[in-house]
Design a protein around this ligand. Structure first.
Ligand code: AMP
Ligand code: TRP
Length: 333
């Protein structure tokens, strides 16, 4: 079956190994399947739900685009663009916002986490962000949305909005109900400093993550200093489950090497921590450093990056505008 793929990544800087293994690597694999049509969006409107410095935001939009390209996304095969250049996303967001219910948004755990204790001070944008995400997805009749585990709830909300719209306006199948594509294995990469916390862009400690722009020495050092426990290397999966930090490092190694956890367990059985960490660091340098080198090379050619985004946005706009017009017609405008 051919799939219509849509996904987005926020240009908030510090793209890391979790973003790559949990999302971007999957984007590239989906692009390789001939029948798929893929759209990948730098969601800059989502980024401004929290305060951004305008100069850094501009740089991060280019850096996220460069990361897409350096990871293997090809603008000849996939549509690559940034959200703010296609006004239909905002327009669709308003239209769908009148279908979405407050009660649905109130359940969103990411809002609760990001808003923290003082919800009154969170931006309204942060609260309605899942509606904009629904607009992104639904305007392209997307059938599949590759995301990390943390976005599953937002995808469910998108499905609810689409179903309610189709029902309220008696237009069955008009908005396509999208399926999340969440990797079954290694879908949550954890912090190198705390195996119970997600690897995150916003963690104040740079040692907690491998950035996709890190050089060889930084990668090696971060793995060397990654938290472990004092036991021996694990013998089986049950042992691993009780040890979050090692579990994470074994998961990262398996994911980078495209192998099963069981293979990693047997590969290092009887070996010591330093042997494992050395091999892990080598594997990461081999797979991640070429991406980092390419990002840094691409960033020197801003014109090329901007051109990719302009061409992508022209293609995206055509599709999105038509869908917004159809929605407006159905609503009665
Ligand atoms: P964000 O950085 O929140 O814009 O996320 C971009 C994509 O990366 C989303 O699909 C996330 O689900 C995914 N992602 C972010 N952090 C992680 C992580 N630590 N492990 C796996 N996937 C992640
Ligand atoms: N909310 C997603 C995140 O923070 C990013 C995103 C915005 C997205 N629009 C999307 C992901 C549409 C998939 C599809 O990671």
């Amino acid at each position: 079956m051919s799939k219509k793929i849509f996904s987005g990544v926020q240009p908030t800087g510090n793209l890391h190994l979790g973003n790559y293994l949990g999302a971007i690597k999957n984007f590239v694999n989906l692009q390789k399947e001939d029948k798929n049509s893929c759209i990948y969006c730098v969601v800059d409107l989502h980024a401004i739900t929290v305060k951004q410095d305008p100069i850094i935001l501009k740089r991060n939009i280019r850096e996220t685009t460069a990361t897409f390209l350096a990871s293997g996304l090809d603008p000849k095969k996939s549509i690559i663009f940034n959200q703010s250049t296609v006004p239909s996303h905002s327009e669709g967001s308003w239209l769908l916002g009148c279908v979405a219910r407050m009660g649905w948004l109130n359940r969103m755990t990411q809002f609760k986490e990001k808003a923290g204790k003082d919800k009154e001070k969170a931006s309204v944008g942060l609260y309605i962000y899942p509606i904009l995400m629904a607009s992104d997805i639904l305007l392209y009749n997307s059938t599949h949305v590759p995301v990390g585990e943390d976005q599953k709830q937002h995808l469910e909300l998108t499905r609810d909005i689409a179903q309610k719209f189709n029902l309220d306006f008696n237009c069955p199948n008009f908005l396509t109900i999208p399926e999340p594509l969440i990797q079954k294995k290694f879908s949550r990469i954890m912090s190198l400093k705390d195996g119970k916390k997600k690897m995150s862009k916003s963690d104040p400690s740079d040692q907690s993550r491998i950035n996709l722009t890190d050089d060889k020495d930084q990668i090696v050092n971060k793995i060397k200093k990654a938290k472990t426990d004092s036991g021996e290397l694990p013998r089986n999966e049950d042992d691993l489950k009780k040890r979050p930090e090692i579990n994470n490092l074994y998961g990262i190694f398996s994911s980078v090497q495209d192998q099963e956890l069981g293979e990693t367990l047997s590969e290092f059985k009887g070996k010591n921590f330093s042997e494992f960490k050395n091999t892990l660091a080598e594997a990461l340098v081999e797979k991640i450093f070429p991406i980092s080198r390419e990002i840094n090379k691409l960033l020197k050619d801003e014109k090329y990056i901007d051109q990719v985004l302009i061409e992508g946005s022209i293609k995206a706009e055509k599709i999105a505008k038509k869908k917004v017009n159809d929605i407006k017609n159905i609503i009665g405008f």
